[in-house]
Design a protein around this ligand. Structure first.
Ligand SMILES: [Zn+2]
Ligand SMILES: [Zn+2]
Length: 319
C-alpha cells in the first residue's frame, strides 16, 4: 500500500508567503557562506546534511487530500480538499484526457476544507471518467452539489460531463472499494465527521481527521483504540497542542499530537502521521511539534517503538 499526501493543512489553505521564502533564502545563504557551494550538487548535499526540513522545504499549504494506492487500476483518495486539484492534475498527466479512469473518493465530512477541491477536480470535467464518492456523512451529496451553485461557482454540478455517483456508507460495516476493505467510524466533531480504516493485502491505514478525543471518555478511547488496532499507519488530526486541546480549544472538534501518540500506543499501531496542520503554524513550528511528539513517544514507550512523521504536501509512505 502506498500513501501519497496531496494536502495536509486544516481549516483553509495556507500558502507559503513571499516573506517566508525570503527568510528561508537569507538563512540558507548565511548558513552556506564560505562553504564553496558553487554547483547544484554541492548545494543539494548541503541541504541534506546541514539544514533541517523546515529550512530547505515546506510542509505545504493545501487542505486534506490523501491518495491510497493498493496497486490496482482504480484510484482511491480520502477527502476533496484543495490538494485534490493537485492529485487530479497528476492523474491526468499520467493518463492524458483521452483515457477514462475510475476515481473512488472517501469523504470524512463536508466542512469546506474537505470538499473545496471538487469544483477544480479536473476529471469531473471530462466525459468517460467515473467518480464514485462515498461517505458515512448524511449530507455529503447535498454539500458537494451545493458548493457549485451560482453565485458561488460558474459551473453547476449538473453540467459536469463525468459520471458521478454518491454512495452512502454505514459505520462499522466493511465495504470493498477500489480493491481495499473500508470501514467507517463516527468521530466527535461539529457537524459530524467520520474516520476510515482501509485494509489491503495485510496492510492497514487509518484516515482519521477532524476528530476530538477526550481522555476521560473511556468508552470513546477504547472504541477508537479498537478502530486503530494494529494499524501500519494512522493519519491523525494533530491540529492543536495538548494544552490548547484541553483548555481554550476544548470542544472545537480537533485533537493533539500527544493524544495521537496515546491512542496509537493503546492500539499497538506502527506509525503515526501528524496531519491537518493548524494554518497559523509555520514550517518551523510544525517541525518543533514533530520533535516534541518524538520526545513524548520516547519517554512514554513501554513496548515497540511507534514511528512518527509529520505529513507534508508531496510525502509518500510505503506500508
Ligand atoms: Zn478540517
Ligand atoms: Zn471539520
Amino acid at each position: 500500500m502506498k500513501i501519497t499526501f496531496w494536502g495536509t493543512r486544516g481549516s483553509l489553505p495556507a500558502p507559503l508567503s513571499g516573506r517566508s521564502v525570503r527568510r528561508k533564502l537569507v538563512n540558507a545563504l548565511v548558513k552556506g557562506a564560505n562553504r564553496g557551494l558553487d554547483t547544484p550538487e554541492k548545494a543539494e548535499a548541503f541541504c541534506d546534511e546541514a539544514m533541517s526540513f523546515a529550512e530547505w522545504s515546506t510542509f505545504g499549504g493545501n487542505t486534506s487530500c490523501v491518495q491510497v494506492d493498493t496497486g490496482g487500476t482504480d484510484y482511491l483518495i480520502c477527502d476533496l480538499g484543495s490538494g485534490a486539484r493537485e492529485f487530479s492534475l497528476s492523474a491526468l498527466g499520467k493518463h492524458g484526457p483521452a483515457a477514462p479512469q475510475t476515481y473512488h473518493v472517501l469523504v470524512s465530512h463536508v466542512h469546506w476544507d474537505h470538499i473545496m477541491g471538487f469544483p477544480f477536480f479536473v476529471p469531473a470535467f471530462i466525459p468517460g471518467n467515473h467518480i464514485r464518492i462515498y461517505s458515512c456523512h448524511p449530507k455529503f451529496e447535498e454539500a458537494i452539489r451545493g458548493q457549485s451553485h451560482a453565485p458561488c461557482f460558474p459551473v453547476e454540478f449538473s453540467a459536469l460531463p463525468a459520471s458521478i455517483e454518491f454512495i452512502t456508507l454505514e459505520t462499522g460495516v466493511p465495504y470493498e472499494i477500489a480493491g481495499a476493505t473500508v470501514t467507517g467510524m463516527a468521530q466527535l466533531h461539529g457537524g459530524e465527521s467520520f474516520g476510515y480504516r482501509i485494509e489491503h493485502d495485510g496492510k492497514t491505514a487509518v484516515y482519521t481527521t477532524d476528530a476530538e478525543y477526550k481522555p476521560d471518555d473511556y468508552g470513546l478511547m477504547d472504541r477508537t483504540a479498537a478502530f486503530f488496532r494494529g494499524a501500519d499507519l494512522v493519519i491523525f488530526d494533530a491540529m492543536y497542542s495538548l494544552a490548547e486541546s484541553i483548555s481554550v480549544k476544548e470542544d472545537w472538534g480537533h485533537s493533539s499530537n500527544i493524544m495521537g501518540v496515546e491512542l496509537c500506543q493503546m492500539a499497538g499501531a506502527r506509525q503515526l502521521c501528524l496531519f491537518h496542520h493548524e494554518p497559523v503554524n509555520d514550517d518551523q513550528r510544525i517541525q518543533d511539534i514533530l520533535a516534541e511528539t518524538l520526545r513524548f513517544e520516547e519517554i512514554t514507550r513501554s513496548g515497540d517503538k511507534l514511528e512518527i512523521c509529520a505529513a507534508y504536501d508531496g510525502l509518500v509512505l510505503e506500508l
